[in-house]
Design a protein around this ligand. Structure first.
Ligand SMILES: C[S@@+](CC[C@H](N)C(=O)[O-])C[C@H]1O[C@@H](n2cnc3c(N)ncnc32)[C@H](O)[C@@H]1O
Length: 439
């Protein structure tokens, strides 16, 4: 049974997701479309994608589509679908909507009409109506309303796939796991000596990048520790499908192997390091990652084998959301950045707008990026295997502020915030006057 599938992803990640899906399902014809990828797949492939995709937000099965001008056409679309193939009246449902230039006045009313159609169809077929559960529904439908065209999907994932099932300690501005995975994929980091080498996140927060990286390095499927909506849906509930799902998970578990490269993270905040360690334990990679406290402006580079390349990957603190801490805001320091990362420099982070910070702290904080690159130039350029830094930032002038030349700038969205993933090659003499970048 070939089902039309749509896998949504963050804007900018479509090509990476298409490549990932081609790797998971080599015989699938995968089409990149705005906001995701489309393909045909059978129920086994639906389960594989849910279990293995690091970049997709969900795995949706398209059950119908139509041109529409009013809610009645949407009702007719849903009323014509045989919902008894997906659920019984004992199951609960919820209808979510995504909208792009819909002419309808009320999106909620459109969702209500879809729900009515599903209930009416099942009542006519079985004599009973299913009920709605907005918190933990068995069947989650997604109605996408475009300018003239609507699509109706069954969501086989349930909770978004960025929820890997290990995060309970969040921190102040955690990255979504899917975005951390996209950063690693864009950098070509695959957890191998020849594909990225060692990985270090010097502003690791709750540890998302390092944990995602450690799972990649060990071959741990991202969905191994979480439930999926498809497990409660009729097409996946036959004894054969249940056995197939158990086999997929057993094969994924058997594939797990020791990491071939070291992974580490550090943060100026003890609280964050503690969160990161606890998250890594739940993710099954505490033995792979070394998390430590330390100021990114002072901490020595991780010590790695001389021939091994190193990858620095971070989403640093930035003005409006999280201020830099440590030596960047410490008035007692002279700021030469050579402190070597003593743990006694660690401060608790405070969440606030940059504009609320005392003026002199803001001036010191605005110094963070040039000082970070100056530190990198001192601490990271002598390593024979070389270090490459990848920085996700909404600041379009970051290379100028860091006085570094970006060898790549990849557009990516962190939720609603447009960002660039910058690549900096840290070689001796890589810092250069900011004027070059501006010119
Ligand atoms: C945007 S958050 C990173 C979030 C992280 N990627 C995650 O997923 O949780 C920035 C982090 O930088 C840390 N930080 C701020 N100033 C720092 C400094 N000077 N050295 C090291 N870490 C710093 C903050 O404590 C915060 O955890």
């Amino acid at each position: 049974m070939a089902l039309p599938l749509f896998l949504p992803c963050a804007a900018g990640v479509e090509a990476l997701l298409a490549e990932e899906v081609r790797g998971l399902l080599p015989s699938a014809a995968v089409a990149e479309v705005r906001g995701g990828v489309a393909l045909s797949g059978d129920p086994l492939e639906v389960m594989t994608l849910n279990l293995e995709s690091r970049l997709a937000q969900r795995v949706l099965v398209e059950v119908g589509h139509c041109d529409y001008r009013a809610e009645q056409e949407l009702y007719d679309l849903a009323r014509a679908i045989d919902w008894s193939e997906w659920m019984t009246p004992r199951h609960t449902l919820r209808v979510d909507t995504t909208v792009h230039r819909s002419p309808l006045r009320s999106v909620n009313f459109a969702a209500l009409r879809i729900k009515d159609a599903v209930c009416d169809m099942l009542r006519d077929a079985t004599g009973q109506r299913p009920s709605v559960d907005t918190r933990h529904p068995d069947l989650q439908l997604v109605l996408h309303l475009g300018e003239q065209h609507a699509q109706l999907y069954v969501d086989t994932s349930g909770e978004g796939l960025f929820k890997r099932g290990w995060r309970t300690d969040k921190g102040d501005a955690p990255l979504k796991e899917t975005l951390a995975a996209a950063m690693l994929a864009a950098a070509g980091w695959r957890g191998l000596p020849e594909a990225g080498g060692a990985l270090h996140d010097p502003c690791c927060g709750a540890g998302t990048i390092a944990i995602e990286a450690a799972q990649i390095a060990c071959g741990i499927a991202p969905g191994l520790k979480r439930p999926f909506a498809f497990e409660g849906l009729l097409p996946f509930g036959t004894p054969e499908m249940r056995a197939a799902w158990q086999r997929l998970k057993s094969h994924a578990t058997a594939r797990i192997h020791p990491a071939r490269v070291p992974v580490s993270g550090s943060d100026v905040s003890f609280r964050m390091v503690d969160f990161a360690r606890r998250n890594a334990e739940r993710a099954g990679v505490a033995h792979v990652i070394s998390f430590n406290g330390g100021d990114a402006l002072e901490r020595a580079a991780p010590s790695i084998a001389p021939e091994l390349p190193g990858t620095l990957m971070l989403n640093p603190p930035y003005g409006e959301r999280i201020d830099p801490k440590g030596a960047a805001t410490s008035r007692s320091r002279d700021g030469d950045g050579e402190g070597g990362g003593r743990d006694d420099s660690i401060e608790e982070p405070t969440r606030r707008r940059a504009a609320d910070a005392p003026r002199e702290n803001r001036e010191l904080a605005s110094d963070f990026f040039p000082r970070l690159s100056a530190h990198w130039k001192r601490a990271y350029t002598e390593h024979p295997g070389g270090w490459t830094a990848w920085v996700l930032s909404p600041d379009m002038k970051l290379p100028g502020a860091m006085r570094l030349k970006a060898s790549r700038r990849i557009p990516m969205w962190n939720g609603p915030i447009e960002c660039r993933l910058y690549r900096f090659d840290l070689v001796a003499g890589s810092a250069r006057p900011a004027r070059d970048e501006e010119a």
